[in-house]
Write a protein that binds this ligand. Sequence first.
Ligand SMILES: NC(=O)c1ccc[n+]([C@@H]2O[C@H](COP(=O)([O-])OP(=O)(O)OC[C@H]3O[C@@H](n4cnc5c(N)ncnc54)[C@H](O)[C@@H]3O)[C@@H](O)[C@H]2O)c1
Length: 505
Amino acid sequence: MEIKSPKVNITEKYICTEYDNYSNRITTENNRLIVTPIRKRYFIRTERKVAKLGVMLVGWGGNNGSTFMAGILANKHYITWHNKNGKQIPNYYGSLTQASTVKIGNNEKNEEVYVPFNSLLPMANPNNLVIGGWDISKMNLADAMDRAQVLDHDLKEKLRPYMKDLVPLPSVYYPEFIAKNQAERADNILAGNKLDNLVWIRNDIRNFKKSNNLEKVIILWTANTERFCDVREGINDTSDNLMKAIFGKDNKEISPSTIFAVASILEGCSYINGSPQNTFVPGVIELAEKHKVFIAGDDLKTGQTKLKSVLVDFLISAGIKPESIVSYNFLGNNDGKNLSEHSQFKSKEITKSNVIQDMVKSNQILYEKDESPDHCVDIKYIPYVGDSKRAIDEYTSRIFLNGHNTMIIHNTCEDSLLAAPLILDLIIFTELLERISFSSYRGHPYNESMNPILGILSYWLKAPLVPKNTPIINSLFKQREAITNLLRICRGLKPENYMGLQYKI
Ligand SMILES: NC(=O)c1ccc[n+]([C@@H]2O[C@H](COP(=O)([O-])OP(=O)(O)OC[C@H]3O[C@@H](n4cnc5c(N)ncnc54)[C@H](O)[C@@H]3O)[C@@H](O)[C@H]2O)c1
């Protein structure tokens, strides 16, 4: 349904709106907090035409990659299948862009009116995405889907004809970055040095774009978790040093994911890191800023961490003090196998652990300055459970008069069925962000765009990468409101605050 709002100018090409952003600047004077309200007006323009969009996944043949591919094809071709529960119909559940709604106001009967998320602004249709990618394993996507053991047998059989001829491109493989136990699947790898690899990947992107007649390509890493690379002066600390290091010999700390990020940025393609490793070393961030190419990361926020970013927010904002949070994961897929080695687990531990920090800091009644709950995350590789991950969490909190409240959560879920819709959202939302531009003055060119470091995507990511001097927000619902309010203001609607004052006075 078309939405008409007074503060919007819709032409054939653009949706133009203006928006007054109010914020409070806080300064301290003689032990008092001085609040200064600030108003800044933005003129916002959204290009209406959705680009013909290609997606290249690094790790296309993995559990996430093959499940993502299968899910898009099942929806696109409306493939139904049978399992023990009867006939199944494909859907995009778990995707914010495809299966959630946004409140736009209340109707004359005072009912809340919600519209589909993707009806507020023109967004790419997942069924039209052109998908390709790389993998160090040359298994075709039909066999890879079998190897993943995620989908029902009948669905896999019906998808096989669509997937059997899809074969990942050879990829960059530096064995020291992922677990040794991955070596047995590495039969599809590029030869040459790091510079050769960079040139090759850039060529792959160009060829994919050209041969599919695409206007845009977005690259997303959903390959194995790498170990963190050392950030070293002269190697990856600035964009110039990074490029020199790739060209030179002293480049041990340049990871495959860094090669992919650099290739994407140099090709002008947004790059998203769906895994925990520190691909975005300072040199890569600076390169993205220089080339004004979007980057986002790190690590898809699927199950346990997503729930944590809701629960800890709920507890601390209710004045309840979580004192111990213990999280176990039992994982039996290839991701679990890779994470069973110490340095890859360390990368995951970091992204999983940082998620509560901003919420703890927000309440100095509950927590002293440097105090934090005991917070531990462990992952065990249990082959038996396959992709059906078990996440077990124990939250113990101090409540009224020092009583205790313990919550134990047991979450069982096919990991890749949670991840695939997030991959979709990240791609669709990034493409939209590429079409939004800003101006600070009426009538002036819209020559500003979103900051290349897309902190706005943090809803989907465990350890959000944000621009320098920008607060990190982990609370899931604050992250969601940031996204939906951005959509609202681009559509000429006021941000929603749920105060509903008109009903309360
Ligand atoms: N599934 C989830 O819920 C979830 C959530 C958050 C993050 N992640 C992360 O997403 C990533 C993928 O997860 P998965 O379950 O699909 O793992 P997976 O092991 O099934 O798939 C990874 C794929 O990447 C390939 N690969 C490894 N190195 C490569 C390289 N240099 N270039 C190209 N391909 C390469 C592997 O051969 C494999 O096919 C992991 O890092 C995981 O930690 C997954």
